[in-house]
Design a binder for this molecule. Structure first.
Ligand code: HEM
Length: 404
């Protein structure tokens, strides 16, 4: 008689491996959606879901699929540092309380008020470009925008933005080797810096300010104030969640345009397509590959018996090319796709808090960059970071030109 684990369908694709995500996982995703859409990885022990409806189902049931044990593909050699009380690792009802505290700062309306600042920051970046030299696109052009915006939203003064960027780059571990800053030193300095920002808000020095740290410092949950540790958690989460993701949407979106010259030409000749193009970049590149949950009860998905305690991984990139939702052109990059119900920002309770901000940043970046430099030429190979969750662009040498 087969044992429980051998009755689980497995796959030869190394779904636990960073190399898998840094390469081209899409042919494997297609095969899995067709043959074994709910598949068990017996190397690091998790279920992987590749169908859109299944990913939505798990996202929509946070009590049945908990975030409190971790949200990434298990890697026994590097256990995930789960921070208790951090929004992304909490389940309802606590999650709802915490999220309500900062939600107001991230609504479409509130974020739209940031457009002039975003445009100023982007114009600053683009104005600084010297077309006679080569650029590392992800690092030099895409990266500064999300970091500056988070610094601004948290309430860091503009004169500190460059420092902030160097720390946050080093803290999230993707610093350019030229930035000589040790990870722990950077984390320590960033921690100290946030602590000072928090103290200024606690002491009333910054009274009347509407930045996120001021709002959080004044907030209470069931009559209890958030602690300094809670505020630090929020600050780090926003940094980590917002920086590499948005940088890679801009970088991978640009790679998609370069790989599809007819789509790039269409966008250049009709810049009003940019909003739609950004949605397609999100779907097609899915900068965040997955989120994981832990089942809290036995449950059946497409005939597979998920046991309480099993880890379930939602593969967004696979769901975003599900032919049942996106039709026969699901594998194509089409900047006019409409409707485009992609799930690149997740769904349900934990759906990306920064979705409107990321969309706006990408839109303004493409408007200004392509308005000034309609020609982007790759001058070397694009290489990706080895990572299971955000296998970002490591190298992407480009030359920008004023004539298409
Ligand atoms: C292209 C850019 C981005 C992508 C693709 C992305 C993707 C995601 C995904 C897939 C999730 C998990 C959703 C789920 O579990 O259902 C998430 C959560 C989150 N994101 Fe983003 N994100 C992006 C940008 C940002 C930005 C700019 C910020 C903030 C500055 C941000 C803040 C967050 C936070 C705080 C969470 C946790 C929400 C919660 O647990 O309630 N993200 N994001």
């Amino acid at each position: 008689m087969p044992t429980e684990s051998t009755s689980r369908p497995t796959s030869a694709h190394p779904l636990h491996s960073p190399d898998f995500y840094a390469g081209d996982p899409y042919p494997a995703y297609r095969e899995l959606r067709d043959a074994t859409p709910v598949v068990w990885n017996d190397v690091t022990n998790f279920w992987a879901l590749t169908k859109y409806e299944d990913v939505r189902f798990v996202s929509g049931h946070p009590l049945l699929f908990s975030s409190t044990h971790g949200i990434t593909i298990p890697d026994p050699s590097q256990p995930e540092p789960v921070q208790e009380g951090n929004l992304i690792f909490t389940d309802p009802p606590r999650h709802r309380q915490l999220r309500k505290l900062i939600n107001a700062g991230f609504t479409r309306r509130q974020v739209s008020l940031l457009e002039p600042t975003i445009r100023r920051v982007v114009e600053d970046i683009v104005k600084g470009i010297d077309p006679s030299r080569e650029y590392e696109f992800a690092e030099e052009i895409a990266a500064p925008l999300p970091t500056r915006m988070i610094a601004e939203m948290l309430g860091a003064p503009p004169e500190d933005w460059e420092k902030f960027r160097a720390w946050s780059d080093a803290a999230v571990g993707t610093a350019d080797p030229d930035i000589e800053m040790d990870h722990l030193v950077a984390l320590g300095e960033l921690y100290e810096y946030f602590t000072e920002l928090i103290q200024a808000r606690r002491s009333g020095e910054t009274a009347g300010r509407a930045d996120l740290l001021s709002i959080l410092a004044a907030a209470d949950v069931d009559g209890e104030r958030l602690t300094d540790a809670d505020l630090l958690n929020f600050s780090f989460l926003l940094l980590v969640a917002g920086n590499e993701t948005t940088r890679n949407l801009i970088a991978l979106g640009t790679v998609a345009l370069l790989d599809h010259p007819e789509q790039f030409a269409m966008l250049r000749s009709n810049p009003t397509l940019v909003t739609c193009a950004v949605e397609e970049m999100l779907r097609f590149t899915s900068p965040v590959t997955h989120m994981a949950r832990k089942a809290t009860a036995d449950i059946d998905i497409r005939g597979q018996k998920i046991k309480a305690g099993d880890t379930v991984v939602m593969l967004y990139g696979a769901a975003n090319r599900d032919e049942e939702i996106f039709g026969p052109t699901a594998e194509e990059f089409d900047i006019t796709r409409n409707p485009n119900p992609h799930i690149a920002f997740g769904a349900g309770e934990h759906a990306c808090l920064g979705a409107q901000l990321a969309r706006l940043e990408a839109r303004v970046m493409f408007e200004v960059l392509l308005g000034t430099y309609p020609s982007i030429e790759l001058t070397g190979d694009v290489t990706r970071l080895r990572a299971t969750m955000v296998p970002g662009v490591k190298r992407m040498p480009v030359r920008l030109g004023a004539n298409a």
